[in-house]
Design a protein around this ligand. Structure first.
Ligand SMILES: Nc1ncnc2c1ncn2[C@@H]1O[C@H](COP(=O)(O)OP(=O)(O)OP(=O)(O)O)[C@@H](O)[C@H]1O
Ligand SMILES: [Mg+2]
Length: 212
């Protein structure tokens, strides 16, 4: 479960938006909408433990995430939060499979090749496992990014515009995969987007009014 109390997020001490209270229960999903510049990425960075809040707290399964430091923070993030970035951020020098093994290693978990390959198979990109990310199509990369985000069985899967670069068919496939993976792991999806096509999949929607 994710719980926010009195959260104030921004950069360099400048607040962009405030979320007084929000609870997302295990297995529940939440869509964050808002115009460009309204603070979606900033909020997700804070929810992912990457950006410290200006004020307030973020609890994931009772753990006050921003109180963690150093390796404890990195391992918590690697194990419990699956992040799909707005720009996909693969390690270009590594193969697709090694990018997944790196995610396990960074979380302090054993590297499990079979599990990584099975996940790539499930997502329909196993034939690319020994290729470098730059040789994949946008839709294939998106699937690898999803595989990397879910490989450690996170409690929360955070996605920043995970579908906006995709055509209608891939958008639908990616959305279905995310919902299916979240359901099988009993994880919550927290997705920020201005992609109107995925709105119907989410019962809970929050629209950010912040920004310039
Ligand atoms: N690293 C940063 N340092 C300082 N200000 C930033 C930084 N990143 C974003 N901002 C500012 O914070 C505000 C919110 O930006 P953010 O990227 O969170 O918006 P967004 O809703 O994700 O927009 P988009 O839909 O275009 O991705 C903007 O005014 C932006 O200029
Ligand atoms: Mg953004």
């Amino acid at each position: 479960m994710l719980e926010i109390n009195g959260l104030n997020v921004g950069h360099d001490g400048n607040a962009i938006l405030e979320v007084p209270h929000l609870s997302v229960f295990t297995g529940e999903h939440c869509l964050i909408l808002g115009a460009s510049g309204s603070g979606k990425t900033t909020l997700l960075s804070t929810l992912s433990g990457l950006l410290a809040p200006i004020a307030g707290e973020l609890l994931i399964d009772g753990c006050n995430v921003h109180k963690l430091r150093g390796v404890a923070m990195d391992e918590f993030r690697g194990r419990h939060i699956g992040i799909i970035y707005q720009t996909l951020h693969m390690v270009g020098a590594l193969t697709v499979l090694d990018n997944l093994l790196l995610a396990q290693y960074a979380a302090g978990l054993p590297q499990d090749r079979e599990k990584a390959i099975a996940l790539l198979e499930h997502l329909g990109v196993a034939e690319k496992k020994d290729h470098k990310p730059e040789t994949l199509s946008q839709g294939q990369l998106q699937r690898v990014a999803i595989a990397r985000a879910v490989i450690n069985g996170p409690r929360i899967i955070v996605g920043d515009e995970p579908t906006s670069a995709l055509d209608d068919r891939s958008c639908e496939t990616v959305m279905e995969l995310l919902l299916q993976l979240a359901a099988s792991a009993n994880a919550s999806l927290v997705i920020a987007t201005h992609d109107q096509r995925i709105k119907r999949h989410f019962h809970r929607q929050i629209t950010l009014e912040g920004g310039q």
